[in-house]
Design a protein around this ligand. Sequence first.
Ligand SMILES: C[S@@+](CC[C@H](N)C(=O)[O-])C[C@H]1O[C@@H](n2cnc3c(N)ncnc32)[C@H](O)[C@@H]1O
Ligand code: SF4
Ligand code: SF4
Length: 342
Amino acid sequence: MPPLVANYYLTYRCNARCHFCDIWALEPKQEASFETIQHNLRDLRRLGVRYVDFTGGEPLLRSDVDKVFAEAKRQGFLTSMTTNTILYPKRAKEMQGLVDFLNFSLDGGDAETHDQSRGVKIFDTLVESVEIAQSLGEFPVLNHTVTAQNFTRIGEVAELGEKLGARIWLNPAFTAHEHYNNKKNPTPELVKAIESSARQYRNVGYNKAALAFIEAGGNDTQNPRCKAVDAVIAISPNDELLLPCYHFAQAGLAIEGRLYDMYRESEVVESYRQSQGKLSVCEGCTVWCYLIPSFFKGLDKYWFLNQMTYAGEFLARKRFIQRSAKQRQQSAEQPDKQLTPV
Ligand SMILES: C[S@@+](CC[C@H](N)C(=O)[O-])C[C@H]1O[C@@H](n2cnc3c(N)ncnc32)[C@H](O)[C@@H]1O
Ligand code: SF4
Ligand code: SF4
């Protein structure tokens, strides 16, 4: 079975300072040229990958990000991008129609909470970005990272989503690097808060497999569920194949135009394939960027819950978009009527 997804880190630069993320503190290296990315995309297609998540750092900081997405679409990929929105108002037009799954990060239901979590004053830009995206026919989902600090306030985030006409995706925080497991993220209380808010608010979704996995204590190195190397190809901004995953990369192999052969034939890749989910750093791991793609491989309860989640979310988003469109049409016909939540 081919790998499911490429996690393509376009840059490690970031213009925010989120308290639960340390990418912004990394030393940025020379970033790959557009031609290098174009070549890697071709190899990813040959390897059978159909879905690329362009991430970072802040992907919109790359000046040719629109060109990269346009190339990925030209080559037939499904694309996704998550952004902190700081640059979205400036770049929205260039990105229009190029991102199949557009996510805006939201950490709190009001300016103070969101800005404090992000370390920069960006709440107003986020709200403006949602409005711009919707006016361009995009349907951004607000990705809410639920942490030990904010899990009691999911309702406020859901209500903001309703006001903005956007769905909320609840993303339980994982901890990484030297903070790994120290902050006890995610906790059982956080799991309960996610489940009950999704019951209460119809614009809120979450991954059922992820919550079941948290309850089971995360990845078990004796019986690993993580298939990071089989399910995901992780590429760094400076053109390295990251093994076994970005968050605990033990190796970065210089790609230099050889991604196709390297992924299929390299002994190093094979040795990480053998040890995926079994390394000491893998104990208790809940890094969703690798675990959720892993759940698509191997038939078990996580596979089943994951499939259920995406089938349900697909229908929920479709209904949500239809309701939002109808409501916008009504308010255009009766401009004096106040916009009410969907
Ligand atoms: C790494 S960021 C990259 C894109 C962009 N800089 C942003 O923040 O939207 C992608 C998503 O991962 C989330 N994230 C960052 N650190 C996380 C963590 N420790 N646990 C769970 N999600 C996290 C962010 O909130 C964001 O929604
Ligand atoms: S904006 Fe994104 S990459 Fe930057 S610090 Fe926050 S989560 Fe990390
Ligand atoms: S379990 Fe976590 S640390 Fe280990 S390979 Fe998978 S994603 Fe990486």
